[in-house]
Write a protein that binds this ligand. Structure first.
Ligand SMILES: Nc1nc2c(c(=O)[nH]1)N[C@H]1C(S)=C(S)[C@@H](COP(=O)(O)OP(=O)(O)OC[C@H]3O[C@@H](n4cnc5c(=O)[nH]c(N)nc54)[C@H](O)[C@@H]3O)O[C@H]1N2
Ligand SMILES: Nc1nc2c(c(=O)[nH]1)N[C@H]1C(S)=C(S)[C@@H](COP(=O)(O)OP(=O)(O)OC[C@H]3O[C@@H](n4cnc5c(=O)[nH]c(N)nc54)[C@H](O)[C@@H]3O)O[C@H]1N2
Ligand code: SF4
Ligand SMILES: [Mo]
Length: 755
């Protein structure tokens, strides 16, 4: 437990909220010591035993919230870079400058000269989540990038094709399943992703105690593989081949049994045909998984009373990310496990539109425009970030000249970080909304720092739609923001406004107006009988994200429909239940949730079928390329992508940024434990300490991402002491998953030699 001095007046209060640091969204109890002047400081973070999802669980990172709060390197005022020096400036001056520069560049070079990169912590703040789209719209540029395209974009694309919604992602029913087949995920370190489920250790233990099985497929014997019933090594990047072999076997051995799902599914025969070439014998040389094992795994999956196939970042950030993501759900569908308790289910979030659009929908929002240089396709309004550098340094007159970054560190988190750093340095103007001067924001002209997570209210809009139970929890402000501190929503709204010469209030009104028209007063909305005026009155005039949240909750599937007497959810109802409200286990939602053009689950969507020939070609090269050494990443429970490395309590301890090498490879390459190695790829090289370990499969080396904190010009002194190297100096912006343009960050060909 983190401790600090007691409050000056000797009393303390406890505030319950959700931890905003990762997708688990654990309920935490923050103890605040109260000072004589009534202000307070956070002294301890505990798990909240009454949180319906987390039931008291937290990981070591939760305490880091206090470290973040007190970090002397964290920015507390806007800063401007002048002749290499950071000068504190006022908010008005900052926005005047930013607005003027962005407008000038847009006027001289067109809206395509403006761009934005939105990073991962955006989804962990309600305010950023709801105002960010307004910022992107106001920039008026089609060149927008987010961390999705170094993460889950392939899953979004496959789900949009199969089910009609990029966020219609089936979640493993981990508390009721009897068989969990997990690929490319290590929730024992990551605490779970696209599966909001605190305490994975406890939940996986419970699975095994009730006689269920956990099977992990991973090129590394990860922390999760170690507690599994069975672990199979797989050659990086070959999951789609392995999954197709499972599908092949399901057909081959008459294990296909869709049950009640069958009436809603189209394309089963086409999938059968496609799977013919991918027999377990055909894929084994490439995957490294024996044909007998693949057949046995297919049989066991088919025979389990309730089973869930689940893949995460390792199955997305690879050359066949979209096809792998698709085939994971094909396995679930063919065995009747989609939409069945104990299988994989669609959550029903409290803020999802109250009337889901049932039946036929619109086509997948994909490839409506393309990037200028390589012609990479847009998905859901964003371009793959693998194209960001070239859109700055090689797009001629169409080039990006000004960039907004919001809660992102692409120099450490996207491919070929060295080229991106050079490109950022060449921009005419850059503004970053961030807490630190780090590897990316050091190139900004202006940095606008928001108040901290403990100083703002929160609700997990995204993660409540990805959780293993339906829950709703509001997180109130824990600490009063400091005088002159700006909440993130207000910074984003002001930023959106200043581009067009208006203030944050105008933007707030527009956001509210748009949300009102989609929630109330029209036949296709959830509350056709409630007028916009009525709703507006019920919501009150408090500006900011809480009012928008109230609207979404009240018009949502559990909402009070603006009728207090009716009962149901509202912001007030959540505020009266500080631990959160349990809305029950996940339940079947088909057909209501399906929104494809046809109204059916498209098991063989054209977008994915079109990528199968590329996969077929990989059957041969896969086997031939076994002499290549492939680089994968890994996560550590005390780390968080590229940040939180400046918090001593998390950063201390043994060196984490080491290269894991299998003993056979170490011998062959002349590498020694604890000595250093040079790792080279097509795009760059780094030098890192070696840890010889049979934890990785032969032919695979592993280096975590998010390090490389020794760059000049940053202001993160603790991180600098544990600098490590940037694994994304090795990842190659040319290597992408074809359908989505998602970066390949796993399975990068490298050469390794002793230094
Ligand atoms: N090689 C390799 N690369 C990877 C991955 C991998 O597995 N391997 N994983 C990928 C994945 S899954 C992801 S999601 C991306 C993440 O990529 P990014 O989102 O680009 O990077 P983060 O490391 O999450 O950086 C977060 C940034 O937000 C800032 N920040 C933190 N909290 C706040 C806040 O409340 N407000 C604001 N404004 N800023 C804040 C931090 O200071 C930091 O600058 O990295 C990807 N990159
Ligand atoms: N402590 C901590 N928690 C985090 C984060 C963090 O940085 N630190 N990041 C957060 C974010 S943004 C995300 S997206 C999630 C990610 O959550 P997870 O997906 O669980 O992420 P990882 O722990 O990286 O696990 C990925 C696994 O895929 C394996 N792998 C790599 N390549 C392949 C492959 O080709 N095939 C297969 N089958 N496996 C492969 C790796 O060895 C690794 O064990 O974690 C979140 N939680
Ligand atoms: S697992 Fe840790 S970092 Fe993630 S939400 Fe829970 S306490 Fe926070
Ligand atoms: Mo991520």
């Amino acid at each position: 437990m983190a401790t600090a001095s007691a409050g000056e007046d000797g009393t303390s209060r406890t505030i319950y909220r959700a931890c905003p640091l990762c997708e688990a969204t654990c309920g935490i109890a923050v103890e605040v010591a109260v000072d004589v002047d009534g202000s307070g400081h956070a002294v301890a973070v505990r798990g909240d035993d009454e949180d319906p999802l987390g039931r008291g669980y937290i990981c070591p990172k939760a305490h880091g919230l206090i470290g973040l709060q007190e970090d002397p390197d964290r920015l507390r005022h806007p800063v401007r870079r002048v002749d290499g020096q950071w000068l504190e400036i006022g908010w008005d001056e900052a926005f005047e400058l930013v607005g003027r520069r962005l407008r000038e560049i847009r006027e001289s070079s067109g809206p395509g000269a403006l761009s934005a990169y939105v990073g991962n912590p955006t989804v962990h703040d309600l305010g950023a989540t709801v105002y960010m789209p307004a910022l992107l719209r106001s920039l008026g540029s089609k060149k927008r990038f987010t961390a999705s395209s170094v993460d889950q974009l392939p899953k979004m694309l496959s789900c949009a094709a199969l089910f009609g919604g990029s966020l219609s992602i089936p979640i493993p029913d981990i508390d009721r399943t009897q068989h969990l087949l997990m690929l490319g995920a290590n929730p024992m370190a990551s605490n779970g992703s696209l599966m909001t489920a605190p305490d994975m250790r406890g939940r996986l233990r419970a699975l095994r105690e009730r006689g269920g099985r956990l099977i992990v497929v991973d090129p590394r014997r990860s922390e999760t593989a170690r507690i599994a019933d069975e672990h199979l090594f797989i050659r990086p990047g070959t999951d789609a081949l392995f999954l197709f072999s499972l599908v092949h076997t399901l057909f081959d051995e008459q294990l296909v049994a869709l049950g009640p799902l069958e009436q809603y599914v189209r394309g089963i025969e086409e999938v059968r045909e496609l799977s013919r070439d991918f027999s377990p014998e055909a894929t084994a040389p490439a995957t490294g998984i024996q044909a007998d094992d693949t057949r046995r795994l297919a049989r066991e999956f088919g025979a389990a009373s309730k089973a869930a196939c689940y893949g995460r970042v390792g199955t997305c950030t690879q050359a066949f990310g979209t096809v792998s993501s698709w085939l994971i759900d094909v396995v679930n569908v063919l065995t009747g496990n989609l939409d069945r308790p104990g299988g994989v289910l669609f959550p029903r979030a409290a803020t999802s539109p109250g009337v889901a659009k049932p039946g036929p929908g619109s086509p997948v929002a994909h490839a409506r425009w393309r990037s200028s240089v390589r012609g990479l396709p847009e998905s859901f309004g964003e371009l793959p970030v693998a194209a960001l550098s070239e859109e700055i340094d090689s797009a001629g007159d169409a080039r990006i000249r000004a960039l907004v970054t919001l809660a992102g560190n692409p120099v450490l988190s996207t491919p070929n970080g060295a080229r991106l750093a050079r490109a950022l340095e060449s921009l005419d103007f850059m503004v970053s909304v961030d807490l630190y001067v780090n590897e990316t924001t050091r190139f900004a002209d202006v940095i606008l720092p928001p108040t901290t997570p403990l100083e703002r209210p929160h609700y997990d809009l995204a993660f409540s739609g990805l959780a293993i139970r339906n829950v709703a929890k509001f997180s109130p402000t824990v600490l009063d923001p400091p005088a002159g501190g700006w909440d993130q929503w207000k910074i984003i709204a002001e930023l959106a406004g200043c581009v067009n010469g208006v203030g944050a209030d105008v933007v707030d009104d527009l956001v509210l107006g748009a949300l009102l028209s989609s929630c109330v007063g029209a036949p296709e909305t959830a509350c056709p009988d409630v007028s916009q005026e009525q709703a507006r009155k019920a919501l009150g005039d408090k500006r900011g994200p809480e009012r928008l949240l109230d609207l979404m909750l009240r018009a949502g599937p559990y909402g009070d429909r603006f009728d207090g007497a009716r009962g149901g959810l509202s912001l007030a109802a959540l505020q009266a239940s500080p631990h959160g409200i349990d809305l029950g286990p996940l339940a079947s939602r088909i057909p209501e949730v399906i929104a494809t053009e046809s109204g059916a689950i498209e098991l063989a969507p054209p977008l994915l079928v079109a990528d199968v020939p590329r996969l077929r070609a990989a059957l041969d090269c896969g086997a031939r390329a076994h002499h290549e050494l492939l680089l994968i990443g890994r996560r550590h429970v005390r780390s968080n992508n590229s940040w939180m490395h400046n918090i001593h309590s998390l950063a201390k301890g043994p060196e984490r940024c080491t290269l894991l090498v299998h003993p056979d490879d170490a011998t062959r390459l002349g590498l020694q434990d604890a000595k250093t190695a040079r790792i080279r790829s097509r795009v760059g090289e780094v030098v890192a300490p070696v840890a010889v370990s049979s934890e990785v499969m032969p032919g695979v080396v592993s280096l975590p991402h998010g390090y490389g904190h020794d760059a000049p010009g940053t202001r993160m002194e603790t991180a600098r002491l544990h600098a490590g190297v940037n694994a994304n100096l090795l990842s190659d912006e040319e290597q992408i998953d074809q359908p989505s343009g998602n970066s390949v960050l796993s399975g990068i060909p490298v050469e390794v030699s002793p230094v």
